[in-house]
Design a binder for this molecule. Structure first.
Ligand code: PRE
Length: 302
């Protein structure tokens, strides 16, 4: 049985994701996302499960920053979970003055809190389950949590199915140290992070390398490098797997344009999407073109 670190404590959405991505493995809670990833880097865990992107609030910046720093890690699997919340209180609570949760969760229930708990002050905690722990300890009056948290903490359920956007989803990754990659499936996602230099057109050049090869971008986020004001790292996700000729070709081009590029993994997509390939951009087109150049080099004109 492998040890899998996850962003905890018990009862987070991330724990649910870890159960889906690593069934039957030993799950170890970490208090923060960087701590879950550090457990993999130190060898304490074989992999870590962390949130990466929410359909309402966007990128989970702690994950992006931790993946671009320290020892490289690669994502080997992902899962999409529907996100709706429960609101938990200590038994006997009559007045709710504070509502605690992870900032992503608070942002997803803002209207519900305004309408149902008017005057209650939102308070950020490190995770949704950490809010349940704090409510149990008497620090806050209510916690916005994953429904499963009600099974782990001795709290009353004030409301269920709470969400301002009813079909919200969060995508979670299983990450490991670089090693054997998952096999390509035909519906994969590749992720990189590139620190483009601060000059005219630098980002456009990177994106053009994808566009001219007919490769569909699925996510783009920018995070400051923290060194010089105005300098950013770009996190770019696109359809395809590094084992495919067209993806290998674009990665080589990105590397030529930007030495500071880190591969963050190729793995099956959880959204069951099909990969959009434009005319002339199929893997066979790339292999055929390489073979043609080879034949020209050998003096043949095919
Ligand atoms: O706090 C949790 O339960 C988490 O797993 C984190 C997280 C997030 O980072 O977006 C996951 C899903 C929800 O969108 C709210 C919080």
């Amino acid at each position: 049985m492998s040890r899998i670190a996850y962003f905890g404590p018990r009862g987070t959405f991330t724990e649910q994701a870890a159960r889906r991505l690593a069934p039957g493995e030993e799950l170890i809670p970490a208090e923060t996302i960087p701590a879950a990833l550090a457990a993999v880097r130190s060898g304490e865990a074989a992999a870590a499960c962390v949130p990466i992107e929410n359909s309402v609030e966007g990128a989970v910046t702690a994950t992006l920053d931790s993946l671009s720093e320290a020892e490289p890690l690669v994502a080997v699997a992902e899962v999409l979970l529907p996100v709706h919340f429960s609101v938990l209180t200590r038994p006997g609570t009559t007045e709710i003055r504070t509502v605690a949760s992870h900032p992503h969760a608070l942002a997803q229930v803002r209207h519900w809190v305004e309408a149902n708990l008017p005057g209650a002050r939102p308070v950020a905690t490190s995770s949704t389950a950490a809010a349940a722990v704090a409510v149990d300890a008497g620090e806050f009056d209510a916690a916005v949590t994953a429904p499963v948290a009600a099974e782990h903490y001795p709290l009353d359920v004030l409301a269920t199915e709470v969400a301002d956007v009813c079909d919200a989803k969060t995508r979670f990754l299983l990450v490991r140290l670089p090693g054997e990659l998952p096999e390509p499936t035909g519906a994969d996602r590749t992720s990189i992070v590139a620190a483009a230099t601060n000059r005219t057109g630098a980002l456009a050049e990177l994106l053009t390398e994808l566009a001219v090869r007919g490769i569909n971008l699925t996510k783009l986020d920018a995070r400051p490098t923290r060194n010089n004001f105005g300098e950013y790292r770009f996190f770019i996700d696109f359809e395809g797997h590094v084992a495919e000729p067209r993806i290998g070709d674009v990665l080589a081009a990105l590397r030529r344009r930007c030495r500071n590029v880190r591969f963050l993994g190729s793995h099956p997509r959880a959204d069951d999407g099909t990969t959009a390939v434009e005319q002339g951009a199929a893997n066979e087109d790339f292999t055929e073109a390489i073979d043609w150049v080879e034949s020209v080099r050998k003096g043949a004109q095919a």
